[in-house]
Write a protein that binds this ligand. Structure first.
Ligand SMILES: [Zn+2]
Length: 152
């Protein structure tokens, strides 16, 4: 990777040290979050900061080279969430308990589905178990993120 340490640090700061997809915090990760290319390098994507995002290994591996996902509500193919062009809070919401991310728009649902934000298709819900501890510790979800009201 040819991205300088300085540029990597700028990407981390801009993302507030959260995975820009599932909002997992870097400080609760066992390794630094990864710098990913929104438009894949293999297809000619650049190392410019506007083409970079901070992502956890799960999201990075699951996004791979995909740029679209299927919205399970309509079965339509939809572009995945792009953290440089879209606002997380407009597409996603946490359940009231802070354990699961729900997609609120076609983009949100297609991205939730493709990246399996709640480990519903992989790893037997593993991330939900981690988040439960994070919530108990008062570290999660990020304070600026929307959350469903309890009782819904
Ligand atoms: Zn993630």
């Amino acid at each position: 990777m040819t991205i300088s340490n300085k540029l990597q640090q700028l990407v981390r700061q801009r993302a507030k040290y959260l995975c820009e997809y599932c909002h997992s915090p870097e400080f609760l990760s066992t390794s630094l979050l990864t710098i990913e290319h929104l438009f894949p390098q293999s297809l000619g994507g650049s190392d410019e900061i506007e083409n970079l995002a901070l992502a956890c290994r799960r999201c990075n591996e699951r996004r791979y080279n995909f740029v679209v996902g299927i919205d399970p509500a309509t079965q339509e193919e939809i572009s995945l969430f792009n953290p440089r062009q879209q606002q997380w809070i407009e597409h996603f919401i946490w359940t009231a308990d802070g354990i699961k991310i729900l997609g609120m728009t076609p983009t949100g649902r297609a991205t939730c589905n493709r990246l399996d934000f709640n480990d519903e298709f992989h790893n037997d819900g593993f991330i939900q178990k981690s988040r439960r501890f994070w919530v108990q510790g008062g570290w999660h979800p990020p304070s600026d993120d929307p959350r469903q009201k309890s009782g819904i």
